[in-house]
Design a protein around this ligand. Structure first.
Ligand SMILES: Nc1ncnc2c1ncn2[C@@H]1O[C@H](COP(=O)(O)OP(=O)(O)OP(=O)(O)O)[C@@H](O)[C@H]1O
Ligand SMILES: [Mg+2]
Length: 277
């Protein structure tokens, strides 16, 4: 068995908790409507270490966004617990927002403010934190450049393509140098080359800031390329099916994606994902 062999969840999931940034235990969420009860997520146990990069994969409807929203303080669990740096994130329906002070969130849709320019959108979290105008404009300009939006700082979201809007949203999430980054299919709308560039940039930023990341993607090579562990979820109810440790050294180069070993990991994971079909 080599390092990249797929493993059933238990051993890899039960990583020691000492350096855990996030400890998720027995986490579940059900949705009740007049006609139905949907168990969107059930029995999630996962400890995420500081600085770890987790990618979440699984077919549409398996609960990835629901899990991310609970981690991000946007949706309360109906069972189980989330501990962030030794603090309970949820107390019933109430969220301890101080536990999320250093959170950055990138959603499936970019969620920019239409009446703000790209620069002002990126700078907004800094403004809310009381950073002075010149400092936040300088930082926002740097970030716009980083995500390939140099020259578009004064444009409005409606003047941008979907991929450009998403890149602005990523820059906004990075503006406060979050140490916990929750990303829900952030690169889904990007063309392949831009996506590749964003993967490299994201890796660089995350390694530099030692951020902990939970990143949802439908792209298996992307999931493997970015991850320390790939968490594979299955639907009805949304559960963790397996956890795959990815041991290629970091920083990783795009060339890794042409290597046999990398492609074997991708192929094995794809097979596992197809099992549910
Ligand atoms: N607000 C809600 N009310 C009722 N059901 C919901 C709600 N949000 C999600 N669900 C249900 O929970 C399940 C999981 O949804 P979720 O959006 O978490 O899936 P996902 O894995 O993110 O899917 P995708 O890959 O398509 O984004 C689905 O069956 C969905 O219908
Ligand atoms: Mg989703």
């Amino acid at each position: 068995m080599n390092d990249h062999t797929l493993t059933r969840s238990n051993a890899a999931a039960e990583k020691h908790d000492e350096d855990a940034r996030l400890v998720i235990k027995g986490l579940g969420r059900e949705f009740r409507t007049k006609s139905a009860v949907t168990q969107a997520v059930s029995d999630i146990d996962l400890s995420i270490s500081r600085g770890e990069f987790i990618t979440l994969v699984g077919r549409s409807g398996c609960g990835k966004t629901t899990l991310l929203r609970m981690l991000g303080g946007l949706l309360s669990p109906t069972s189980g617990s989330i501990v962030v740096d030794d603090r309970q994130l949820w107390n019933g329906d109430r969220v301890d927002s101080s536990a999320l002070a250093k959170l950055g969130f990138v959603f499936q849709e970019s969620n920019l403010f239409p009446w703000f320019s790209v620069l002002d959108n990126i700078a907004l979290p800094l403004k809310l934190r009381g950073v002075g105008k010149s400092a936040r404009r300088a930082r926002a300009t740097e970030l716009a450049e980083l995500v390939g939006l140099g020259g578009f700082e004064q444009s409005y979201p409606r003047e941008l393509s979907g991929g450009m809007r998403q890149r602005a949203a990523i820059a906004r999430a990075l503006s406060t140098e979050p140490d916990l980054l929750l990303m829900d299919e952030p690169f889904g709308a990007l063309d392949a080359l831009t996506r590749e560039k964003m993967n490299i940039e994201l890796q660089r930023i995350v390694l530099a800031t030692k951020s902990t990341v939970v990143f949802v993607t439908h792209d298996i090579p992307e999931a493997v390329f970015l991850a320390d562990r790939v968490v594979h979820m299955t639907p009805r109810p949304g559960r963790i099916e397996q956890i795959v440790p990815i041991n290629f050294s970091k920083p990783r180069d795009v060339e890794l994606q042409t290597e046999t070993e990398f492609n074997e990991v991708v192929r094995d994971l794809r097979r596992e994902l197809e099992k549910g079909d």
